[in-house]
Design a protein around this ligand. Structure first.
Ligand SMILES: *Cc1c(COP(=O)(O)O)cnc(C)c1O
Length: 401
């Protein structure tokens, strides 16, 4: 007798209960079974008391969401397919035609591109503000402003803003503020408690996080999160998230769950190596400026110190250098090409160190006064040995001579 398909599909075996192991299980589903029609009618996915459809959550995604809430000090979490999707979902959930969003001029580039592209087409206006001048933010908040993006440190140039002052400005104006918290990762400072001990807490309204970076830690997963502490705000974003059909694959959620236990150790290791290399770079005559928030001369250093020193004191794994203006773009490109351990690539947070030259003049409304002229190169530091990375930088700088 050939085996029947039905007996393979409706197989009677169920494994014993009580399986326990270091990693949580991976539950994959589009369809989720209901025990009966009545249950189907009243099961509620919105408060995570039940399961209704794969897109609405599985034990795997619920588990990851709860752990990420703990990481960032929030109460509710939504998972999306990328860090950029987190930014876009917040914008779509909270803005409508006629509204305005304010974005730091040194924000993650695609956040600005979203405002200039889709949001503009839908009648949502935007303005870019100087993250290093709180008064500029205060001046730009107008009657149509509904959302302010914050980012610390700034993308590529790593200026550290006065986040506390910025949050106070948004609260005073009654405007929601969302922080792109990818750099801080929940470890450098606490986005929902910026001045620990103060009551009421000084808190952003929303924290988005490119889990692609440190929480994934492997350079092999794209994912984002949207974390809040206000149930009504969360529900507004959650309904938009559901209607847009956003979800993440269980295997990707599992990859992040597997990496989370080592997050604190990895972040510290990235941080330590990065500081050592940034300090070493200060003494290299090829560089006109070294940008890293923990360096005393880096823009916003005191704000970094005030915010991050109260917490665990982290500074992530990024630093940038501006080459002396006498070096041409071609020479700086040759320096990047000469690096062996540093690979040329976007993103960060994985084990491999990366390098990327940026054409800053095309990325900012104007060249910031606090930055020296010259070609900018950003390094994202992986988990290699610091001596090997230093030697690699040293040998690559020889192409400039
Ligand atoms: C990488 C990054 C993002 C986007 O993350 P993706 O998962 O690559 O879309 C958003 N914000 C910051 C600050 C980032 O570094």
């Amino acid at each position: 007798m050939p085996v029947s398909s039905t007996s393979l599909i409706h197989h009677p075996y169920t494994p014993p209960e009580g399986f326990a192991a270091p990693q949580p299980g991976v539950f994959k589903a589009s369809t989720v079974y209901f025990p009966n029609v009545a249950a189907m009618r009243h099961f509620e996915w919105k408060d995570k008391t039940a399961y209704t459809y794969g897109l609405h959550g599985t034990p795997t995604t619920y588990t990851l969401e709860e752990r990420l809430c703990t990481l960032e000090g929030g109460h509710q979490c939504l998972l999306v397919p990328s860090g950029l999707a987190a930014i876009a979902t917040v914008a779509l959930a909270l803005l409508k035609s006629g509204d305005e969003v304010l974005i730091p001029d040194n924000a993650y580039g695609p956040n600005k591109a979203l405002a200039e592209g889709e949001l503009a087409r839908w009648g949502i206006t935007h303005r870019f503000y100087d993250s290093m001048q709180p008064q500029d933010l205060a001046d730009k908040i107008g009657p149509q402003t509904r959302l302010v993006w914050l980012e610390a440190a700034g993308s590529v140039t790593l200026e550290f803003p006065d986040l506390v002052a910025q949050v106070h400005i948004c609260k005073a104006a009654g405007v929601l503020c969302a922080l792109d918290n990818t750099w801080g990762a929940g470890l450098a400072f606490q986005p929902f408690d910026l001045q620990p001990g103060l009551q009421p807490a000084v808190s952003v309204d929303i924290s988005t996080h490119a889990l692609t970076k440190y929480p994934s830690g492997g350079g092999d997963v794209l994912m984002g999160s949207i974390i809040t502490t206000d149930e009504r705000l969360h529900m507004k974003i959650k309904l938009c998230h559901m209607r847009l059909g956003l979800g993440v694959a269980a295997n990707d959620a599992e990859a992040v769950l597997r990496s989370l236990p080592s997050l604190v150790l990895r972040y510290k290791a990235h941080d330590e190596t990065t500081r050592a290399l940034a300090h070493w770079s200060l003494n290299r005559s090829e560089f006109a400026q070294v940008l890293h928030p923990a360096l005393p001369d880096s823009p916003g250093h005191l704000h970094w110190q005030q915010l991050c020193k109260m917490g665990p004191g982290g500074a992530a794994g990024l630093f940038s250098v501006i080459f002396q203006p006498e070096y041409s773009q071609a020479q700086v490109d040759a320096f990047c090409d000469a690096l062996v351990l540093f690979k040329i690539g976007y993103s960060w947070g994985g084990p491999v160190s990366l390098v990327m030259p940026y054409a800053l003049s095309t990325m900012r409304s104007h060249w910031p006064a606090h930055l020296r002229p010259g070609t900018l190169v950003r390094f994202s530091i992986g988990l290699e040995d610091v001596d090997d990375l230093r030697a690699d930088l040293d040998q690559a700088l020889r192409v400039l001579r």
